[in-house]
Design a protein around this ligand. Sequence first.
Ligand code: MSP
Length: 587
Amino acid sequence: MLDDNSASPASPGLWALAPNTPAPRSSAPPPSPYYCTTPIFYVNAAPHIGHLHSGVLADVLTRWHQLRYNGWSRDSPAPLGRGKTRAILATGTDEHGLKIQRAAQLAGKDPKGFCDDVSQHFRRLADEAGLGYHTFIRTTEPRHRDAVHAMWRALEDGGHIYKGKHEGWYSVSDEAFYPLAQTRRCRDDKSGEEWVEAIETGQRVEWTSEENYKFRMSAFRQPLIDWLEANPSAILPSTRHVEVLEEVRSGLDDLSISRPSSRLDWGLRVPGDDTQTIYVWVDALVNYLTVTGYPWTTAAASGEDSAAALLHRAWPASHHIVGKDILRFHAIYWPSLLLAANLPLPRQIVAHSHWTMEKAKMSKSRGNVVDPFHEMQTKGVDVVRCYLCRMGGGLATDSDWSEGTLLEFERKYLQGQLGNLASRIRGKKILARLPQADEQAGGKTATVSRPGPSASSYSAKLDSLLCSTPDDFSLRLERCEVGQAVEVVLNLLGACNSLVQSAEPWSPATAQEVVEAAVYYTYETLRLTASLLGPVMPVKMRELKQSMGLQLGEEKDDAWEEVIRVRDEVKVPLSGKMKPLFPRRDD
Ligand code: MSP
């Protein structure tokens, strides 16, 4: 992990500046960093695999942008090209509100102590999963309180807040108000118990009738429509973009943005009015600004090369990664608040689908949640990360969690394809057939050349796959389709395995040029895989690179050009042992 101000060996280069370290001077202003966020997690209960899912997707995208691009231009969403990226990933915990207040009461703890405890679990989750975060933000931090208050004042100064009476249904579990039409009455025939619940989430709602502050969200209906129409990929996947646009077109109500402190004590008070506590979603959403140093007073004072100025340039965020259940808050409430405060809107909001358990939504009350710590300890961190990405990385459809499928995925693709190729290339019988041995710093290597155009059709197929894979992979990640991007690499590995299988380079009967072609393509396939899947499995792909005698070159200025350049020849290490990349469980 990367802490606010420190670099970690697990994620080299994600955050290249130490605090207050001036960036190298150049005539052009430094580019905006890539800035990606995870949702901040409620601390009412321990983390589950769905939380890890949001975190891993954001981490993969951040590492990918670090590898691929030189920052992000403020004026255009297009990547800038060569050079060193500064990529910022932010994650953290959402600690205010009735939901947390009640969870603390139930645990018999004071809210702050309760939040300190549970927040630690989320931080440990991010650390153990290797999330290269720059900031772990907690909404109970003073810097966040200051940012929320600054936002409130900006809304107030713009005349967007008024005091009014609010009556309606509130779900503590969702921390959301629901209009009557979005609720239904329910009755349990056995017990006779009656309740009202939100149709969308199935969570119970409570009737509230109170004085509170309201935000004139209705005034932002047309500006929101204009934004969504002008930016057809503002929300991914596109089906969600269409849904949000329809919802906005159908009309926006004003939003209650505070609750009486007598009801909601655990939260930030409204500036200048202690009798009201700020609505937890307004509080929570501002975290994305807090991370960048909002309201940016230090940045303005410290010069454009300072770390504070770099963070300021990180706004607007490049990507907000969120689950589909919280899209409305991010795609309607958040842009309205930003527009009202005259702040730029995030570039893209990515809504991912959910993990289910036997097709049912995971929830603590159903007792069907998967423990991410247990999964990482028993299957390995990178195996879990890759499985989450490949099987759950599709944005459109939910995926059902199954231990059997995870083990099958590991056996078939990670051990059977990737691990198999990596160990085959070190096979004694194969290495013994390689001709020229050069002495290198790290030991002996054999030089093997790229087969010419007249080589077998298998070689030709692999050659063209090696050339097209980086673009195919990039295309998927540009659409944030992480699962599809992983699949592109798995296809390359599958094709390479087939080539090796039919070439039989271990057999003494196999012709010399066929042995060398098999070794060449295996090496190049693994080299490309190690780079492309580096964001998904950072530790394993580093191990793979090391075992292949490759430079760990992400820091190089032209890293991407190096990654995609198909080599004329490769240098295969002849010495050195390699442990299996993905050991079999019975090994
Ligand atoms: N605190 C709010 C977010 C505030 S962001 C300004 C919140 N927290 S949460 O802990 O309930 O959820 C955090 C993330 O976990 C959300 O993106 C949510 O979609 C995700 N997941 C929760 N359950 C999930 C699954 N079963 N599957 C995949 N992701 C899911 O909402």
